[in-house]
Ligand binder design. Structure first.
Ligand SMILES: [Zn+2]
Length: 597
């Protein structure tokens, strides 16, 4: 199987050959440039990440499962979407899908050590675009100065599958049709710049233009059209539109977008779950690591349920001393214990008619768990020291950063309470599993803390963006928020945020290249190591002894230079004398080896 891409325009920094065989390393003699000439992982071209596995019926690119399908399907799908929800909505949905694809490409470029400069990144993107059959992509102009907040780029597409399939199925269009590619280029560049960069298609083959042209600038630089474009990158638009309650208001949508930032698949899936359960009366269990935004989800649920007037009471169960938990949650009657000089209602009563958010529920003692279960079953609460109970109408939203089922197995959490709470569990993904959303979050927090601390930040350095993109965030979104706030305070007015302002490890910064380790996690290597790791692996896998390797290099350099020993020596960084010595030595070794065998 081979890919023929002779139509691909030449890009600065491209390293693949005009004809490549999938899954096979190109021979040295076929390489257009000698290894190591550019600062590229030339021994790890993008196509090597495409793997066909017949046994498991899978096509994987960079580890992600792909699918080969008829392109007419894409055109029909878009047509159906337009029919269902109109051009703007359909385009928004497809652009969002493309956006997350694009950020994946930026991560891929970093892993192969080619994400440091914009040119390098676009070369990788162009390879991916060609390899996946989307289009031939060419950067036609660029003024990229992330430190100064300047980003202006123009990209040209030829042979775009989206334009072609639309033309074939539906004829000329009055609107541009390369939505996936526009979204992907936006995602790609947003992840590079650390802020929302939006690409708009100004010319499209589907409209009868000679080629497709995408123009990209920061969201705010689009002026009047910015608001229109930003809805494409916000999940609130998604949530709002599909909300069952149909209680739409400008302020509600605005409020919502303050905290809910992200369009990655796992995050949107969690929002979808929330949207489904919000208008019901069901108890909800929010699961996720510390800092993933469980409280944000709980308040969002209240707004989605459409009862923003109703009480919302939040309790962090871990913050209440164990001996006070009962009184705090269920209330207390005067004289119930020494010091109870006044009767007072508990959190349950205060949340009557609304929502009680119980964060870190696993830290409640077994005794309090028993009482909580009773309240949930009977819908009545009995104050401490009271002989009678009073009815309460409270919807409980519980949250935990621990695996509650494990706590059940360990005997520290009641099984019956677990089942009562886990009627509708929602898993909120950790930030490292939704890296697609990091650029949007960075921009969101930059705006918030820039305003709060009255500081104008011009942008982010490439090193800073790389570090932010690859950091593992054990503290999740909350940690990213703190990192950005700290950076805003540290940076000088009008200057760009650099690595030093962030206070996170430099790993992932452009001077430390990234690779996946055996466990599939990103790790930083010394640049040289990362560049040659794949080569070393291959040599060792092939069981090549060092003498044979030397011989291959010596022979290869002679083939490349047409037998000219001086030039061959130069290629290998040797003098002609040293070259001859090694050549004779290796011939001697292979002769003696031949004699022995
Ligand atoms: Zn187009």
């Amino acid at each position: 199987m081979s890919l023929h891409d002779s139509n691909r325009p030449t890009m600065p920094g491209l390293s693949t050959n005009s004809r490549v065989e999938l899954g096979r390393r190109p021979k040295l003699a076929e390489s257009p440039e000698p290894i190591g000439k550019r600062n590229l992982a030339v021994d790890e071209p993008v196509y090597r990440r495409l793997v066909f596995n017949q046994a498991e019926a899978s096509v994987r690119f960079d580890g992600f499962r792909m699918i080969l399908m008829y392109s007419t399907l894409l055109a029909r799908l878009k047509h159906e979407l337009i029919a269902q929800s109109g051009y703007q909505q359909a385009r928004g949905a497809v652009e969002r899908l493309g956006y997350t694809e694009g950020t994946k490409t930026t991560l891929l470029a970093s892993e192969t050590g080619r994400g440091a400069t914009f040119e390098d990144l676009m070369a990788v993107a162009s390879e991916v675009c060609t390899l996946t059959g989307n289009a031939n992509m060419r950067l036609t102009s660029a003024d990229i100065r992330p430190e100064a907040g300047v980003f202006l780029a123009e990209v040209e597409l030829t042979h775009s599958i989206e334009a072609q399939s639309h033309l074939e199925a539906f004829g000329l269009s009055s609107e541009p049709m390369c939505w996936l590619q526009s979204g992907a280029t936006s995602g790609l560049c947003s992840a590079f710049a650390g802020k929302a960069i939006v690409f708009r298609e100004t010319e499209c083959v589907a409209m009868g233009d000679e080629r497709c042209r995408l123009v990209g600038k920061p969201l705010e630089a689009w002026g009047d059209g910015a608001e229109d474009l930003s809805v494409h990158l916000r999940p609130d638009e998604l949530v709002n539109r599909f909300s069952l309650t149909r209680r739409r208001s400008v302020s509600w949508a605005h409020e919502l977008s303050q905290d809910v930032v992200g369009i990655s698949a796992s995050f949107v899936a969690a929002l979808e779950q929330l949207r489904k359960v919000a208008p019901t009366k069901a108890t909800v269990l929010l699961l996720g690591e510390t800092g993933t935004g469980k409280e944000v989800f709980a308040t969002l649920l209240r707004r989605m349920a459409g009862n923003s007037e109703a009480p919302f009471v939040a309790v962090n169960c871990a913050a209440i001393p164990e001996n006070l938990a009962e009184a705090e949650l269920f209330g207390v009657e005067r004289g119930a214990y020494t010091g109870a000089i006044q009767s007072r209602p508990g959190r349950f009563e205060r949340a009557d008619g609304g929502i009680l958010f119980l964060d870190e529920i696993a830290s409640l003692s077994l005794a309090v768990q028993a009482k909580l279960l009773r309240v949930l079953q009977e819908r009545e609460v009995e104050r401490l020291g009271a002989g009678t109970s009073r009815p309460v109408d409270v919807r409980v939203v519980a949250a935990s950063n621990e695996d509650l089922w494990q706590r059940v197995a360990a005997g520290s959490f009641r099984e019956d309470l677990y089942f009562r709470l886990a009627i509708f569990p929602i898993q909120i993904p950790p930030l490292r599993e939704r890296r697609d959303d990091i650029p949007l979050l960075i921009e969101h927090f930059l705006r918030r803390y820039g305003q709060l601390h009255s500081r104008r930040v011009s942008g982010l350095s490439g090193r800073a963006v790389q570090a932010l993109l690859h950091y593992d965030y054990p503290g999740n979104v909350r940690e990213l928020e703190h990192v950005i706030e700290r950076a805003v305070i540290r940076v000088n007015e009008g200057e760009a945020i650099d690595l030093a302002h962030l206070g996170i490890p430099a790993m992932g910064a452009s001077d430390a290249l990234l690779q996946l380790d055996g466990a599939g996690r990103l790790r930083a290597d010394a640049p040289q190591d990362a560049r040659w790791n794949a080569l070393v692996d291959s040599i060792l896998e092939n069981g090549l002894p060092i003498n044979a390797l030397e011989r291959i290099l010596l022979d290869g350099s002679l083939v490349k230079t047409g037998g000219n020993r001086s030039q061959a020596a130069k290629l290998l960084g040797l003098t002609r004398r040293q070259f001859n010595y090694r050549l004779n030595g290796s011939q001697g070794r292979s002769r003696s080896k031949n004699l022995r065998t």
